[in-house]
Design a protein around this ligand. Structure first.
Ligand code: FAD
Length: 465
């Protein structure tokens, strides 16, 4: 690299999302005297990072040179590092690039853009079956929603067809006036300080994370409350503009409405829908690209930077955490990686601990949070708790399920393998999460209890106390 290093920091963290910020917080609490730089492309940084020793550089990293331990930013500056942690998140897998009618929701800017376009929309098509799609179809009002999912049931990323069946009536009912309360700590974003150096690029901001739609009205141009139709087991075949559809030689594709919508989506089930906007909610790809060129990172099949049980990539002194990385240590049989906010926070926290421990030559063991998968969220105004191998992931046919369902109230599913609880899905106010978490962790043989385990007349908490 020709340019000279402006400064070499002991620690450099790239990315001001939840992983980057928790990494900085941990590092500075472990080694308060260390000079730390946070380089981030986004306009905002998650939460407050109030440390005197922290230098915040608002610019995107353009390239990384692991041999010389240096990074170049979009504004042409070069910084050295002794230890680096890449927390650059992911970017939405868009169905198509550069189509003004196709939008992915990721950060504050794209959510605002969506809100603006939605306010004039009569019909939107939502493509995808993950968390963002689930929340969107439930939250959007005043606009018809066509929801294209590739699976046989909604919410396949998070639960099975039984749970989907439990939730579907909520989509057909009007929204409750009062939303279920949220008891989670909220992180806000911090504006850059006045006069702080920053260069804006096309780089994305931090992913919005839980509660992203709180405080933004997701309302279309119609009077209807909610109108969602689900198209199962299909993907997008093609997206047409109005003109393209009218000029298409495939006359059979033309819906009656041809010409009256700005954009048309042809699905693999043969149906074509006209709409005002297509929301592409088909997941994220790790944002590893800017760091790969000229280096020899081991990259996982999903495009993430492979990290070991100390959050270290294959390049010396380079760590990674959050959506950009792929956990490649020998995973606990009850944990799996999902690109979720809680995991990004846990990884950032643990990466910071590991970086500090390595510098201080202290031993460090894999954190306990990677022992058992747990995720708490809210779908369709129900509390949803997912534990362990909640969908029997990786168990093949070697598991049995116990299910208890009370329509409109709760859905409880337990996954058992060899008589031991290995996972659970809890929807509604079940109050079972703590007991089940303990039963999963202690791997007690539950064979003697059989189906009694879910008997609503048995106070299970007392039972296992
Ligand atoms: P990000 O938050 O994406 O942060 C990456 C940071 O890196 C950003 O600051 C970005 O500006 C910066 N950056 C990127 N490239 C560069 C570069 N070249 N140079 C410098 N900086 C760079 N998870 C849940 O658990 N529950 C939810 O309800 C939930 N809802 C979600 C809703 C939405 C709309 C979205 C998009 C995601 C949601 N998620 C949810 C997922 C969750 O938000 C992410 O898993 C998590 O935020 C990832 O954190 P991160 O720090 O790894 O990455």
């Amino acid at each position: 690299m020709a340019a000279k290093k402006e400064k070499t920091f002991k620690f450099v963290i790239v990315g001001g999302g939840i992983a980057g910020v928790t990494c900085v917080e941990q590092l500075t609490s472990q080694i308060p005297s260390a000079d730390v730089a946070l380089i981030t492309a986004g306009h905002h940084i998650k939460a407050v990072t109030n440390y005197k020793q922290l230098t915040v550089i608002h610019s995107a990293v353009k390239s990384l040179h692991t041999e010389t331990h240096s990074l170049e930013t979009a504004d042409g500056r070069v910084f050295g590092y002794e230890k680096l942690c890449i927390c650059s998140g992911g970017r939405p897998k868009l169905l198509t690039q550069d189509n003004p009618y196709v939008l992915g929701i990721r950060d504050t800017d794209s959510a605002q853009e969506f809100q603006k376009l939605l306010s004039k929309a009569k019909r939107i098509v939502v493509v995808g079956n993950g968390g963002i799609a689930l929340e969107l179809v439930y939250e959007v009002e005043g606009c018809e929603v066509i929801w294209a999912v590739k699976d046989k049931a909604i919410g396949n990323t998070f639960f099975d067809a039984g749970a989907a069946q439990f939730l579907i009536p909520s989509l057909e009912a009007d929204k409750p006036e009062v939303a279920a309360p949220c008891k989670r700590t909220r992180y806000t974003t911090e504006e850059p300080a006045p006069g702080a150096s920053q260069t804006f690029t096309a780089e994305p901001g931090s992913a919005l994370g839980p509660d992203w739609h709180e405080g933004i009205a997701l309302r279309g141009a119609q009077q209807v409350s909610r109108r969602v139709s689900v198209e199962y087991q299909c993907e997008v075949e093609k997206i047409f503009t109005s003109e393209e559809l009218l000029n298409s030689p495939q006359q059979t594709l033309r819906p009656e409405s041809a010409g009256s919508w700005p954009v048309y989506v042809q699905l693999t089930n043969g149906k074509t829908f006209g709409c005002d906007l297509v929301v592409s909610a088909t997941g994220v790809v790790p944002n590893a690209e800017p760091f790969l060129h000229g280096n020899t990172f081991a990259v996982a099949g999903d495009g993430g930077l492979r990290v070991d049980d100390h959050m270290m990539t294959s390049e010396p002194d380079v760590y990674a955490a959050g959506d950009v990385c792929t956990a490649c240590w020998e995973l606990s049989s009850l944990w799996q990686q999902m690109r979720l906010w809680t995991q990004a926070r846990q990884m950032g926290w643990y990466a910071g601990r590991c970086m500090a421990a390595h510098v201080l030559s202290e031993p460090i063991e894999l954190d306990f949070c990677f022992e058992l998968f747990s995720h708490i969220t809210k779908f369709f105004n129900y509390k949803v708790v997912l534990l362990g191998k909640f969908n029997g992931q990786g168990l093949g046919s070697d598991h049995e399920l116990l299910v208890r369902c009370t329509k409109g109230r709760e859905y409880v599913k337990v996954v058992l393998s060899g008589g031991r609880m290995v996972g659970a899905v809890l929807i509604g106010e079940t109050d079972l999460e703590e007991t089940f978490e303990n039963l999963i962790l202690n791997q007690m043989d539950l064979t003697p209890y059989g189906e009694e385990l879910l008997n609503p007349d048995v106070d299970i908490e007392d039972y296992f106390d």
